[in-house]
Write a protein that binds this ligand. Sequence first.
Ligand SMILES: [Cu+2]
Length: 109
Amino acid sequence: MNAAVNPLGSAFLALLLGTTAIVVPARAGTIEVTIDGLTFAPVEIEAKVGDEVEWINKDALVHTATMKGGTEVLVPAKKSGRLLMNEPGSFDYICRYHPNMKGHITVRP
Ligand SMILES: [Cu+2]
């Protein structure tokens, strides 16, 4: 292992030096949550910072994924919506229109 050729290492260095840098985590991925019959599935997901969560709405109703604190993704009927996980933490969310719809995202650093 040679730290000098680690691309993340140089990104961190750029950050430390105050250079404008867009850090793209090496293994960013997409975690899919299906909405079907007014239910998020799976209810509990785990992501890493830099991952996106995609909600895929199979219902003929508009839904949202609304986090405590205000971040909200609109998920139109038969369409999908995405959100970049840019901070670690533990987030409960609901659908604004159907508050019985509940989900949870754990975002690891
Ligand atoms: Cu809804």
